[in-house]
Write a protein that binds this ligand. Structure first.
Ligand code: SF4
Ligand code: SF4
Ligand code: SF4
Length: 328
């Protein structure tokens, strides 16, 4: 099945925030009380209850102040750091490239929060929405982020934010079609916004949230060159008891520890040529030191020389004593 995606066009966004409301409405996420931060931007950050928000930035263009509006939500990366680092295999991909979370498997360790290059997932109590309760290990913390309205897509409908957007700033469709559309739109904007470009076509193997940007990514609060980071191995002894019980009782499949999560969970994924992979922790156990170790060869050589010297000294000494004994 062809990959689906969202195209956000910052030149068309009027910051009405209908997409924020639609997201909350569809997923039954509660409103959160906030205070005025001296800006129209609200809420001030993503949270377990807010998976999509519009960032407001004031920029100066041709001597006048203007707004730059940017959607902040999960990018549904093809090479998703959150999938790589999740020790409990709660993260994965669906057949349309959407990055999913299995809340039942989530142990709330927060590694995906730490390693997401776009600072998207947020940890919160497992009861923020009546639609998203978990059974195993409840109550506990689990991670939240945009789900690309996977249930609506399954139903042949557009995600709630795309359906609601009154200005056409969020479009949903086949990723390949949206890339063509985004390129054309960015090209058309270059006359008035020379830095206009399509973002997300190749970043991290290709994002499933594509952006038409008016300025450099940094001005929109996006990394110029998002990358997977390196990460330390997870200490398997810290898995909570309910998780171990679920594995033992066969509720969860056990994944081989050496599995490269990305390829394991999305078998049809074709690696995209690009910058070299970062150095991952070496998972293959190092061979124990043996005869081939350079240090051992050094000690061995020194031992041989020492033994020869001792032997030669002993022979010479004995022959000297023998000569002395022969003297009348
Ligand atoms: S944006 Fe972050 S949370 Fe979303 S898929 Fe990429 S790495 Fe995962
Ligand atoms: S795709 Fe769905 S879950 Fe994601 S931001 Fe839009 S409405 Fe929210
Ligand atoms: S609904 Fe559309 S126009 Fe309104 S804030 Fe969201 S993306 Fe912008």
């Amino acid at each position: 099945m062809a990959d689906k995606a969202i195209l956000f066009d910052s030149s068309k966004c009027i910051a009405c925030r209908a997409c924020q409301v639609a997201c909350k409405q569809w997923w039954e996420l509660p409103a959160v009380s906030t205070t005025n931060q001296g800006t129209y931007e609200n809420p001030p950050d993503l949270s377990p209850e807010t998976w999509n928000r519009i960032k407001f930035k004031e920029i100066r263009r041709d001597g006048t102040m203007t707004w730059l509006f940017t959607r902040q939500a999960c990018m549904h990366c093809t090479k998703a750091a959150c999938v790589w680092v999740c020790p409990s295999y709660a993260r994965g991909y669906d057949k349309q490239g959407i990055v999913t979370i299995d809340a039942e498997r989530c142990i709330g360790c927060g590694r995906c929060v730490e390693y997401c290059p776009f600072d998207i997932p947020r940890l919160g109590k497992n009861d923020v929405s009546p639609r998203l309760t978990v059974q195993l290990g409840a109550p506990r913390k689990v991670v939240y982020k945009c789900k690309l309205c996977e249930d609506r897509i399954e139903d042949g409908r557009a995600p709630a934010c795309a359906k609601t957007c009154p200005s056409g700033a969020i479009q949903f469709g086949e990723r390949a079609d949206l890339i063509t559309l985004g390129r054309t739109r960015a090209g058309a904007l270059k006359g008035t916004s020379p830095k206009a470009r399509l973002y997300g076509e190749t970043e991290l193997g290709g994002l499933h949230a594509l952006y038409v940007l008016l300025e450099d990514p940094g001005a929109h609060g996006l990394p110029d060159d998002p990358r997977l980071g390196t990460y330390p191995d997870f200490d398997e002894n810290t898995f909570p008891a309910w998780y171990i019980q679920a594995l033992d009782s066969g509720k969860f499949a056990v994944f081989p520890p050496e599995a490269r999560r990305e390829w394991y969970m999305q078998p049809n994924l074709v690696p995209v040529p690009g910058p070299p992979e970062p150095e991952w922790p070496v998972r293959v156990a190092m061979a124990p030191p043996g005869w081939t170790g350079p240090a051992l060869w050094g000690w061995f050589g020194a031992g041989i020389i020492g033994a020869c010297a001792a032997l030669s000294w002993t022979v010479r000494r004995r022959s000297m004593l023998a000569n002395q004994n022969k003297k009348p």
